[in-house]
Ligand binder design. Structure first.
Ligand code: ADP
Ligand code: ADP
Ligand code: MG
Length: 649
């Protein structure tokens, strides 16, 4: 076994790998960027090496610096985590050239699976069913359109170098093919430097079922399947293992195909074979097709760990250090059911906009596994994926595991940023999902109901007002003496778009009336806690002007300074500002142009996503203040509209 390994990653996966490595008696070297100097993964390591600036290109993608850090600290092996350099065969070559071990597959195996077209051709040869379609060499638009006709619409165009859902276009009918092809190619060229695409049949009620494989370079076993059908825009949201409705016949067929796929490339380490399944006709042993192989540890590996009892990172370290496969296929069994939910800092009602912020308070529930890379007080920066944690539950049955997930989500406390907790909770309460009736379109079909935000009740406004006035903690009045007269105090609070004055009139330290929008809420303190009418107060934290009450998915109130608000409104709604730091990808407006409310004026790329910036009202563009290619801060003015009076003149 290695004595020291370096983890070439950050966040939750770096913490996850460090946990197992240290438990195995292995020393851990972390690497970090400027933004991560105080990060949890640095604290989780024995030694930490600074490797550069905050942008991934200046640090976590700098293979040369990472290898140097490993040599300088005496590490014998490098674990790549996922993302970043984990599927980069040139990095594997460089690691090995430096005399170090790459904890993962060979560069050759990664290259064989790196392009979706070549991977599909290879899998066909190995007798693995692939999605019907065209994955040949021709990129001639006429030829591709002809292939689409032959496959039959609807079809999916995919970038051969694709990942993360980029460069993918669904085409419903022949008229749309040429435009979709051009836009998929240009997105693929921009994102991957390779414009090549393939065309495949679009499966109508698709389920995403993937098989975890593990190889030692010659032999391979599978650790059963995961169902990752709950997706939003081709990104996984909740994963589970095993797949609902899976039959022993189909499991054997899928597991066998996955093992053949891994053995065909002499696979070493943990990998995932992703299959698409046609859910419209139920699960059938001949109803699954290879989509792609991910040659790394996957984000959702914990659900497999939960049902098999295997620590996949332990297996990775053992096999990389030269041990044989730790188990035979017949030793592996499924115990119960497991779910994983991905908790993100994102503004769900605003189209799942990634969010940033300092986590004034962060607490995870007992009774669930939480894999996180941040702690209370840490910052979600704009440079990386805004994941806060993965919450994983396990139970003897799917129903129990799902109930445990509902309880676990209700027990997550996050203050300081908006999160997708409410969305995850709504999904876990979705009847179709609860019944195991999943497909990749479920979220999109029911999106409106799933993104509905819990509105605060008067008791919540009342409690937030007490917190704002500092009257919620230990009060001198609790010791038995009366400090104040019933002098009413007012506070202006904002929840979402809604602002309210709340008037607090206490008749003693432990009783009073709080008026919320004309409605009187009687308040009294019982055993040190406020009760509003019949509604008991909940845990709450205040950080600056932000108050979070932990009811449901959390309710965030802002304490508004009325003077500041007046100043802000004075500036008018003339400016289109960057909602977060990012790169201006495109500007569609020019000075003098008339625009209508909702028109797309610019695109900002931030946190791995593109965000359209829309006109806030009808008007005329006065000035374009940022050019494509510019890196801008949050709040930077990008476009100014003419004053309405100016325009009228
Ligand atoms: P896939 O959707 O291909 O199965 P995953 O869901 O595991 O893959 O992750 C999606 C992609 O984004 C992968 O390339 C993964 O490496 C990357 N990724 C996901 N989460 C993070 C994260 N927290 N930090 C860095 N990269 C991430
Ligand atoms: P990526 O590399 O971006 O992860 P994949 O090929 O794994 O790309 O596809 C991502 C997702 O797109 C799948 O999980 C599935 O939801 C959907 N998808 C892919 N291929 C098809 C298809 N042929 N028919 C229907 N949906 C598909
Ligand atoms: Mg994929």
């Amino acid at each position: 076994m290695f004595d020291t390994i370096l983890i070439a990653n950050r966040g939750e996966i770096a913490c996850r790998v460090a946990r197992t490595a240290r438990a195995m008696g292995c020393k851990v070297v972390a690497v970090y960027s400027d933004a991560d100097a105080g990060a949890a993964h640095v604290a989780a390591a024995d030694v930490a090496v600074h490797i550069g600036g905050s942008a991934p290109g200046d640090s976590y993608l700098r293979g040369d610096r990472i290898i140097q850090a490993a040599l300088d600290t005496g590490a014998q092996a490098i674990h790549p985590g996922y993302g970043f350099l984990s599927e980069n065969p040139d990095f594997v070559d460089a690691v090995e050239a430096a005399g170090l071990v790459f904890i993962g597959p060979s560069a050759e195996a990664i290259r064989k699976m790196g392009l979706k077209d070549a991977a599909k051709a290879l899998m066909e040869k190995a007798g693995v069913p692939v999605v019907p379609g065209y994955h040949g060499a021709s990129q001639d638009p006429e030829h591709l359109a002809g292939a689409a006709d032959a496959i039959g619409y609807p079809v999916l165009i995919k970038a051969v170098a694709g990942g993360g859902g980029k460069g993918m276009r669904l085409v419903e009918a022949p008229e749309g093919f040429a435009d979709a092809l051009a836009s998929a190619q240009s997105e693929a060229r921009g994102a991957f430097g390779n414009a090549d695409v393939l065309v495949e049949k679009y499966i109508q009620r698709p389920r995403h079922i993937e098989v975890q494989v593990f190889g030692d370079g010659t032999n391979a076993v599978h650790l059963f399947e995961r169902d990752c059908s709950l997706q939003r825009r081709h990104q996984k949201v909740i994963e589970e293992a095993p797949a609902p409705g899976m039959t022993p016949e189909m499991r054997a067929a899928m597991g066998g195909a996955a093992v053949r796929a891994a053995q065909a490339i002499g696979y070493k380490g943990a990998g995932t074979i992703e299959f698409i399944v046609d859910g419209a006709e139920g699960l059938r042993p001949d109803g699954f097709w290879f989509m792609e192989m991910n040659t790394r540890l996957q984000v959702e590996h914990p659900v497999t760990e939960a049902i098999t009892g295997v620590d996949l990172v332990e297996w990775q370290l053992r096999v990389a250090s030269g041990e044989a496969l730790p188990a035979r296929q017949e030793d592996l069994t499924i115990d119960g059911h497991s779910f994983e939910a991905r908790l993100y800092a994102e503004d769900v009602p605003k189209g799942f906009l990634p969010a940033t912020g300092t986590l004034a308070h962060l607490a995870f529930p007992q009774g669930a596994r939480s894999d996180s890379g941040v702690r209370s007080g840490d910052t979600i920066s704009p440079f990386y994926d805004p994941m806060i944690a993965k919450i994983i539950t396990h139970g003897p049955t799917r129903d129990v595991a799902l109930s445990r997930m509902r309880a676990a989500l209700a027990g997550c406390q996050v203050a300081g940023t908006v999160t997708n907790l409410g969305f995850l909770s709504a999904l876990c309460a979705h009847r179709g999902f609860a019944a195991g009736d999943v497909d990749t379109g479920l979220i999109a079909r029911d999106l409106d109901a799933l993104v509905r935000v819990d509105a605060p009740v008067p008791a919540d406004w009342a409690q937030a007002a007490l917190v704002a006035l500092g009257l919620d903690g230990d009060l001198p009045g609790d010791a038995g003496f009366t400090l104040w007269a019933p002098l009413p105090r007012s506070v202006l609070l904002r929840f979402g778009e809604e602002e309210r004055w709340v008037v607090v009139a206490l008749s003693g330290p432990g009783a009073g009336v709080i008026t919320v929008a004309g409605q009187d809420v009687p308040a009294r303190r019982v055993a040190g806690n406020w009760v509003f009418g019949a509604v008991p107060g909940v845990a709450a934290v205040r950080a600056g002007d932000l108050i979070t009450l932990f009811r449901g998915a959390g309710l965030a109130f802002h304490v508004v300074d009325p003077l500041e608000r007046a100043a802000h409104e004075g500036a008018g709604g003339n400016l289109i500002e960057a909602p977060m730091p990012g790169l201006v990808k495109a500007v569609f407006a020019e000075a003098g142009q008339a625009v209508a409310a909702g028109d797309r004026l610019a695109i900002l790329e931030a946190m791995k996503m593109e965000h359209a910036l829309l006109a806030t009202r009808d008007g005329v563009v006065a000035e374009v203040l940022a050019q494509p290619g510019a890196q801008v801060e949050a709040g930077a003015a990008l476009i100014r509209l003419e004053d309405e009076e100016e325009a009228a003149a």
